[in-house]
Design a protein around this ligand. Structure first.
Ligand code: F6R
Length: 242
């Protein structure tokens, strides 16, 4: 894992956007893996600025990491909506090329298999952008997740539901219990991965990811197995690294 420490969240967003633009440059049909949550927002804003200045992502495909089960896709906090608002529109992506796991499918297992097939049909993900949970999760692969897992139904950890309550009127009970998420194996199949983290609350998870033992207790530690994993953090998120 290559770790890049920068002074503040704005610098993290600028650097991550540059890395993504460089990775996708020259690819006729680039494929970007996108995350929701707060961490990547600065990166999306910087990418939007690059698009404004001539970067063309209109042929790019995008695959989201995860989605809640049972939320109407039109619900403002469904990742389907969140990705449309924060990624598809500002980056000028073609909505027909933006994919989010279908958390309202009648057959969720089939929806997961279809999602894996769609990633493969697109030629795999060129760069997967990731945030990290305070408990070390990536996507919604909570501690204990299998390191070889593919897209599947998972139950959110109580801590994650509390962390995400801010998007549901402060009510952890209002956060869906289940989700669909790319597996750790899916994430490891991306041709490169780029994790962004900022703030003191991520420091322990960042240290466990990069320096801790490889294992399911810290799902993000699986990135130690990836040959092209880059982590861009601010000084606060780097503060527990040795
Ligand atoms: C988002 C996702 C999660 C978040 C993580 C950090 O699609 O899969 O793993 O990246 O929970 O969330 P923030 O960035 O809000 O701290």
């Amino acid at each position: 894992v290559e770790i890049i420490v920068l002074s503040d969240p704005a610098a993290v967003g600028r650097h991550a956007a540059r890395l993504i633009a460089d990775t996708l440059a020259g690819k006729p049909d680039p494929v970007l893996g996108v995350a929701t949550g707060s961490s990547p927002l600065a990166t999306y804003a910087e990418l939007a600025a690059l698009v404004h200045n001539g970067l063309d992502l209109s042929r790019a495909s995008a695959f989201a990491l995860d989605e809640y089960v049972g939320l109407d896709p039109a619900h403002p906090e469904a990742y389907h909506s969140v990705i449309h608002r924060t990624v598809t529109v500002p980056l000028g992506l073609d909505p027909a090329r933006v994919h989010v796991p279908n958390g309202s499918a009648a057959d969720l297992r089939a929806a997961c298999a279809d999602y894996e097939a769609a990633i493969e049909a697109a030629g795999g993900i060129d760069v997967q952008l990731l945030g990290i949970g305070a408990n070390g999760h990536i996507g919604f692969n909570e501690p204990g997740s299998s390191l070889g897992s593919s897209t599947r139904v998972k139950t959110l950890a109580p801590r994650t539901r509390r962390d995400n309550a801010r998007f549901f009127g402060g009510e952890a009970e209002a956060v869906p219990v289940h989700c669909l998420t790319q597996g750790i194996g899916t994430i490891l199949r991306a041709h490169s991965v780029l994790l962004v983290a900022t703030g003191e609350s991520k420091a322990a998870a960042v240290a466990a990811m990069a320096e801790g033992p490889l294992g399911a207790c810290c799902p993000a530690s699986a990135l130690q197995l990836h040959e092209r994993a880059t982590v861009v953090v601010d000084e606060a998120a780097a503060s527990s690294l040795r």
